[in-house]
Each structure stands twice: as C-alpha cells, then as structure tokens.
Design a protein around this ligand. Structure first.
Ligand code: SF4
Length: 700
C-alpha cells in the first residue's frame, strides 16, 4: 500500500494500458515514480513494453482534475465551467437524475462504465443503474471492439473469453493471427509469440491488410481484400471437409451441427473465394494444409487463432468471429493445451467490465436478465425490482440522445466523442442531452459536452482487481494516495448512490468483490486473500478456489457439454470504394500511444518520440498522387475531413491508407471519418468499413 511520506516504497500494480495483464512493482517516493520493475508476473514474466515501463507519468500530470466542475452560462450566454465542492456536485447529480427519472422514466437515463476502471467499479456502476435508477441502459467500450468475438464464441463454445492463456498460445504448433497488429497492440504477448516462433519452431501465419511487424516475421503473410475474412475462412473450412481432413473423432464426440454447417458452406469454393478475397487458390490450399498438419501433431499443441479489430469492427464482425471458431472446431483445436480461440482484449479491464455486468442484457458473470431466476436472485439481494428488458448499448445511447429519447448520461473514463464511430453524430447526441456527467482523470474532449465533471483517481491511487485477456483476475494495490480533490471511481459511485437514497456502505473494494462473488457462479471462489500479491485466478473460479486457465477440458459450456458448429452468414462491406471515395481507410493502435492518446500524450518521453498522428500511404499511391513523405494531406469521407502528415511506407499497399487512433489535435482524429454502419448482431461500429478520398495539401 501507499508508502510513508519521505520513504521509498515498492507496490505491486497491474498495467493500465492493454489487455495482456502485465504486472509490476512500482517504486515510489511520495508522488514520484522512481521506476517500474516487472517481477515474474503470470502474463509477462520479467517483460514489459514501453507503455508499461515508462507510461505512468499521466498519473502525476499537472493536467489532472482536482475539483468537480459545473457548467455555467454567463450573462452573454457564454458557457464556462466553475469549480464546485464535492457536496454541491453530487447533490446536483442526484437532483437532476431524480428529476429526469420522475419526468421521463428510468430509461431516459444511461450509464457507460469505464474499461479502465476496476471490476469492483464496474459492478457498482451497473448496480447503481439497475438498483437505484431502475434501468438496464448500461454498457462499456467492449461495444467498440470485441463484442462480436464474444458473440461468435457464445454461439459455438459457450464462454465468450479466450479459451486458454498466453502459455497455450506459446505452446501451440501453429499461431494464426487475423486482423491483429499484435506486436503493437499487445506487445508482450507478441514477444512470447516471436520467441516461440524463433526458438521453438512454432509456425506463424499472419492475415492482415498491413504488413506490420509480426507480418514481416511470419512464415506466411496473406493480405486479403478488406472485409473478406469470412469468405476465406469458410472456403478453408469447406476445403478441409471436402478433402476428408476434418477431425472426425473430435466432431463425433464433442460437436453438434455438422450437417447444417456443411450446408452453410455451399458456394464457398476455392475459386469463388479467390475471386472475392484476392487470395489465390494455391494460398488457400496451403493454408488448409498447414492448419490440418498442425492440428494433427500429437507431440505438441495444435492451432491457436488470435484476432482483433480487423475482424470485429466490420458489418459482419460477429459472423466472421463465428467462422473462426467453426474452423477451430472442425480441426479439433479446442479442449487441450496449445489450442483455441483468442480474441485479444484491448483495454486493461475491458474483459472485466463485461464480466462484472456492464452490459445491457446481463448482470455479472453473463447471467441473463431474461432468466427469471437471475432477476429474482438480484432483486432479493439488492432489495429492488430488476427488469428483464434489454437496455440500450453504447451505440443505441447516442442514437437515442440524438432523437431526444435519452435525456441523461453518466459516463466514466471513456473518450466517447473521439473513439465512437462518426464523431460528428456522437457530438450531436452528447450535445442534445439534458444532463451529462463525465467522470475522468483529465478534462477530456468529451468533457466539453458535460454539465458536471467529476475528478477520478487513476489505478495507481486505488485498490481493486482487473481481468486480463486470459480471464485472469489480478489485484492492484494503492501505490500513492488519491491526488487531493480526486476520488476513486468506486467511492464516487457510492456517494451518488447514497445521495439517491441507496443504502450503500462499502469501506473497501474487497467487500464489493465478496458481494459480486456471492451472486455470481463464475466468480464463486474469488476472494482478495486468494489474489494476494502476485497470485491470480482465471475464471470460472469454483467455490473452493480452483480456477480454469484452460477452458473446456471436460466439455463445452452448453447443457449437453457439446460445442455447436454454427452456420454463419456473410455480411459484405456496405461502403466499398467509389469514384468519389476511392481509398479504403483502416485505423488502429500504435506501440507507443494508447487509443486517442489522452494518457500517452501526457508522458513526456512518448510524446516527444511520437508527437502526432499520421496517415500511412503506399509508395504506389504516393507516386500516383505526387506525394512525398512528410507532406500534408486531407482525408475526406462522407462524414467529415481531417488533416494529417503523410508517411509513405510499404507496410500498406495500393489504395489502402492507415491512420493511428491517436491525434494531438482532436479535430484530426480518425473517427471524424468513420460512419454509422454496425455489426449486425452486436452494434459494434464497422470502423473498418470506410472509404475516403485524399487531397494533397503540400509541405504544411
Ligand atoms: Fe501494459 Fe500491454 Fe505493454 Fe503489458 S503489453 S506492459 S499490459 S501495454
């Protein structure tokens, strides 16, 4: 815990950037971070990436909020924010929420939970929404990233999480990554893959639009046409079936639905796939051969498939995720070490935010609100009436705000106005709200739309747990006390709940975890004692404390224990290039920065190294347009325009352009270009289904 004044102390924490879940000791003297040192964390051993090692100065930045702020208008109608006491801000929130609920009903309010907050904080905020306000309008930022992957896994194998741990990925005979810039987005995990590839003969196949670092190291790099992953996945499945190389014993014993699945592959011939994907029939045959050979290796693990936003942020992201899981089932790549499905989670606790109930149709542990027994259990425990109807997800909240149905939003720790798709539409929604509360550590771009801004404390200043992409629950300890004027999110939720009449008296996040565990079979045996220090637990955790690093060893998470091959549907792009918008726009992360950059631009060393964003342009396109490296361009889509410096690189090819998510000037953030298309099942924005045109501006 936080050290005594003037002394050097060492405290364990968990990284607050990506979902790999690296853990370290942080050495501090008062509020000075002296060094960050990995100490054999379960996910990272002694490794860190640049963000985990050097990316902590945002916590001690002079930009931190230290007082609640309330929006006011002066006599001339100009808007400004004035500092207010916590008492005033909390009573204003309670008064406005009560008023809006009384006038328009509970569903006029909505709650967005931070995937950077702890599990306990996710649990408390959804409890606040459901118990005290009475709405299921609750969501988190997995809506922007991995909800489609979760859907694909629910359909086929039962749990939405990664089927094993990083150790399994390391032990695989073959790793296939699809639409994942792993080396930059999940750096330490990628290091483990690179090591297995280099030292242990692991085969590595990368399928992506960009030839990024991992692609350059791969044994095979395939570059299909944008939005066609579903097609090559199904064609490979069909080819394996047709050539009699499916894993028949595994299918007989553990899998339902083979006939329907086979029928759904009708039309996915290699020839048809070649036409649509641009991959040759020889490449597809070779891919199938490699997958089958690796699946049959009795000496070591089989195939692990890793995927990320390149797959999920499409109109058919959940269908393609389903196709990935189908291919793994067909080749018998579940249930044993070194196999399985690995959607890589983006934020440090995006897994935990969903796990602990920040979803519009489920409470903690994916217990469905449509199930009467679940509603009864929570209604009794929380002494309220839990409703069955699905609430609004993030995307629907913005639509409902634009249409005037949603009146109030309480948002924590999300830069929604820059990270949701079609920033212009989001601004219209946020601007139309009658009452908007933003809780964050900085005055974010989104905060400019707020009526009340509450200063929160970052992870170094609080206790709790995070859950990584491995489903691994880990404790973080308070490294330093909250900056004067700020409070941990869980304390703020408690103040709001109490002001609204809730009987909440938590004195430590451990009590919140105890309550959540008692109500949630998935976390039955989770206690703070079992998570002491560097100990961790991968859910499901039984009441006796045994955890489950590898899922499905005794069957799949369905009543009959069998997995399901699910006939999925191809959803083609809706915004292919046209004469007016002739380039495909791709976007994503870069190693040094995280998302929009609110944290990493406040780390001096990182900001100095990568001071701004850029657009990657292929040498062919640059030559065609008379564009030189370093010149400025304007990218224009049907939704907006942004100005960027061009980086000419052969990482991208042809008419493909790539823009990292982080931008120094908010107005030049890539999501001013992306549209309102959404995955057909989960409403995840189809960020990757965007076409633009490019105007060359010159040297400035
Ligand atoms: Fe943090 Fe991810 Fe880097 Fe690990 S790999 S140090 S969790 S950003």
């Amino acid at each position: 815990s936080a050290g005594r004044e003037g002394y050097i102390s060492k405290t364990k924490t968990v990284c607050t950037y990506c979902g790999v879940g690296c853990t370290f000791d942080v050495w501090t003297k008062d509020r000075h971070i002296l060094k960050v040192e990995p100490e054999h964390g379960p996910a990272n051993g002694v490794s860190t990436c640049v963000k985990g090692k050097f990316g902590w100065d945002y916590s001690t930045s002079k930009d931190r909020l230290t007082s609640p702020l309330i929006r006011e208008n002066d006599a001339l109608g100009n808007t400004f924010f004035r500092e207010a006491s916590w008492e005033e801000a909390i009573s204003l929130i309670a008064w406005r929420m009560n008023e809006i609920k009384a006038q328009h009903g509970p569903d006029a309010l909505a709650f967005v939970i931070s995937s950077k907050g702890t599990n306990e904080e996710s649990y408390l905020k959804q409890k606040l929404a459901r118990q005290i306000i009475g709405t299921n309008n609750v969501d988190n930022c997995s809506r922007y990233c991995q909800s489609p992957a979760t859907q694909g896994l629910w359909r086929t194998v039962g749990y939405g999480g990664d089927s094993g741990t990083i150790k399994d990925i390391e032990a695989a005979r073959l790793v296939l990554t699809v639409g994942s810039n792993t080396a930059e987005s999940h750096p330490v995990l990628a290091t483990r893959v690179k090591r297995a590839h280099k030292l242990h003969g692991q085969e590595l196949i990368v399928v992506d639009l960009r030839e990024h670092e991992l692609a350059q190291r791969a044994d095979v790099f395939l570059r299909p046409n944008p939005g066609t992953d579903f097609v090559w996945l199904n064609a490979v499945s069909r080819h394996i079936l047709e050539t009699g190389r499916a894993h028949q014993d595994f299918l007989d014993e553990w899998v339902n639905g083979l006939d329907e699945f086979r029928a759904s592959l009708d039309g996915y011939t290699l020839a048809a796939a070649e036409q649509q994907t641009g991959l040759t029939q020889a490449q597809l045959r070779d891919l199938a051969d490699r997958l089958v050979a690796a699946s049959d290796d009795p000496q070591r693990g089989g195939v692990c498939i890793l995927w990320a936003m390149g797959v999920t942020q499409q109109m058919g992201g959940s269908e393609t995720s389903t196709a990935i899981s189908n291919l793994l089932l067909l080749t018998g790549n579940y249930m044993r070490p070194g196999t399985g499905a690995y959607p890589l989670r983006g934020h440090n606790n995006v897994q935990g935010a969903s796990d602990f109930g920040a979803m519009p149709d489920m409470v903690s542990g994916y217990q469905k609100l449509s199930d009467e027994a679940v509603r009864d259990k929570f209604s009794r425990a929380w002494n309220c009436e839990i409703r069955a109807e699905r609430g609004l997800d993030n995307s629907q909240m913005i639509d409902a705000a634009v249409s005037g149905k949603l009146k109030a939003l309480y948002l924590t720790g999300e830069e929604m106005s820059l990270t949701d798709s079609d920033s212009g539409h989001v601004a219209n929604g946020l601007g139309a709200l009658e009452f908007f509360v933003v809780q964050d550590i900085f005055f974010s771009h989104t905060a400019q739309f707020a009526d009340v801004v509450l200063p929160a404390s970052p992870a170094l200043e609080k206790e709790g747990t995070f859950t990584s992409t491995e489903r691994r629950i880990q404790r973080l300890y308070q490294v330093m006390p909250p900056l004067k004027g700020s409070k941990p999110d869980w304390e703020i939720y408690q103040l709001v709940a109490q002001a609204l009449g809730g009987d909440w008296n938590y004195s430590h996040p451990a009590e919140v975890m105890a309550e959540a565990a008692a109500l949630t079979p998935l976390f039955g045996g989770v206690t703070y004692e079992r998570l002491e220090g560097y100990q961790s637990l991968c859910w499901p955790v039984n009441a006796d404390g045994t955890d489950t690093p590898l899922l499905y060893t005794e069957g799949f998470a369905f009543p009959d224990g069998k997995a399901r091959l699910y006939p999925a549907t191809y959803v083609p792009r809706t915004q292919p290039p046209t004469a007016e918008f002739d380039l495909h726009l791709n976007s994503g992360r870069m190693l040094e920065h995280f998302h929009e950059g609110n944290m990493t631009f406040r780390v001096e060393g990182i900001a100095a190294r990568i001071p701004d964003t850029f657009v990657e342009v292929s040498p062919e396109l640059a030559a065609e347009r008379g564009l030189r490296d370093g010149m400025y361009v304007r990218l224009i889509s049907p939704h907006g325009a942004i100005r960027l410096r061009a980086l000419v690189t052969d990482r991208v090819s042809g008419k493909e352009v790539y823009v990292p998510l982080n931008a120094r000037a908010s107005a030049d953030t890539v999501n001013f270009l992306t549209g309102q298309g959404r995955d057909i099942n989960t409403n995840t924005p189809a960020y990757k289904d965007t076409s633009v045109r490019m105007e060359v501006l010159g040297e400035r």
